[in-house]
Design a binder for this molecule. Structure first.
Ligand code: SF4
Length: 356
């Protein structure tokens, strides 16, 4: 039996209905300035100090938290334990703008009226609204010329979307759906960009991507997060989506996959393993820096003991496996045992049905 869209979880709405609140209502409280480029986002978000804990446990995991922990446990600590926020970037603001425009396209317009022109109009009005009250955009201090460039690039991404699918043919059962479930004792939360119901009653999860599509080598790893959404759907709605798809608007191209039993089982195990690693780190195991190519984009580099405010070349090893340095150890790091369990990043058992 199909789910009644009116009974879908918070944040969802059948297409065309009037929103009862902002679909993009942030889950986090407003931020306050802490230091240049770093702001506090979730002060005291933890469940409180567990017995003997050195750090409060986060209340829940999400696909982005899990990805951050796997990439670098210390970065996870900065973001989700200490409540620091990386400096805003033009790429993040552009992503927000495009997501909001596509969100409104489905939320406010019925099938038959979802045109490129209307979507670009939403982008313009969203950018105007953001110039009034968006702290991230404000912090970028863009002049009129750069704002115009931001809008033009956003419209190009929206145009890319229209090359991928015809929105008038889609029945969206939910937009910006906030889902939350207990997965083997771990609280998992996620927000799905769009949940579609096909003519045959099957569900499809759609995730918009405004960054570059991955090379074929990393395609499968990109499904890790979206397969967690499939698991959340199964837990909350009682139906596993037949398909998950990533729409890369820049290329543009689509990657899609059918979440198999094997993939969902692997996701469940990964979540438990990851949560155990987080608990261990909070209980005194420590959050170790994990040096990788991602450090170049890390907003916490100035705080990172692996860099000590100096060139990365001062660190003895820059390979992810050997370059993990104990938190608190100033540069010239001694590679130490890290607390990340061997967690496969590739859900197996599902075929990618389209490539970029
Ligand atoms: S600079 Fe690199 S090692 Fe340090 S916190 Fe950031 S991602 Fe982790």
């Amino acid at each position: 039996m199909l789910p009644d869209p009116r009974q879908l979880p918070t944040g969802s709405s059948p297409t065309g209905s009037s929103p009862t609140g902002s679909p993009s209502t942030p889950l986090l409280p407003p931020t306050s300035h802490l230091r240049p480029g770093i702001t506090s986002t979730e002060p005291g978000q933890g469940q409180g100090q567990g017995q003997g804990s050195c750090h409060p446990l986060p209340r829940s995991l999400s696909p982005s938290k899990i990805a951050t922990f796997k990439d670098c446990p210390l970065s996870f600590k900065f973001s989700y334990i200490d409540g620091l926020k990386e400096a805003p970037s033009i790429h993040a603001v552009k992503g927000t703008l495009v997501h909001r425009a596509l969100e409104r396209l489905f939320w406010e317009l019925p099938a038959g009226q979802r045109s490129l022109e209307r979507a670009c109009g939403f982008a313009e009005s969203e950018l105007n609204a953001m110039t009034e009250d968006d702290p991230d955009l404000d912090a970028l201090e863009l002049d009129d010329s750069r704002l115009a460039t931001l809008l033009r690039q956003s419209k190009t991404l929206i145009d890319g979307y229209f090359h991928l699918e015809d929105p008038d043919t889609i029945y969206s059962a939910g937009i910006e759906m906030a889902l939350e479930a207990d997965i083997g004792g771990t609280r998992l939360r996620g927000i799905i960009d769009r949940l579609d119901m096909n003519g045959d009653g099957n569900l499809t999860i759609t995730d918009y991507k405004t960054g570059r599509a991955p090379s074929s080598k990393f395609e499968r790893a990109r499904f890790h997060g979206v397969n967690m959404y499939a698991l959340l759907c199964e837990e909350v709605i009682g139906i596993r989506p037949a398909k998950v798809q990533l729409l890369y608007l820049q290329q543009p191209c689509v990657l899609s996959m059918e979440p198999s039993d094997q993939a969902i089982r692997a996701i469940r195990k990964n979540i438990s393993a990851l949560w155990n690693a987080v608990v261990k780190a909070c209980d005194g195991g420590g959050f170790l820096p994990r040096i990788s190519g991602l450090c170049g984009w890390c907003g916490f580099k100035d705080l990172c003991p692996a860099y000590n405010g100096a060139s990365p070349t001062t660190v003895t090893s820059t390979t992810p496996a050997a370059g993990r340095v104990a938190a608190g150890t100033p540069a010239a790091g001694t590679a130490t045992h890290n607390s990340i369990p061997a967690i496969p990043t590739t859900p197996t058992g599902s075929a990618i049905t389209a490539g970029c």
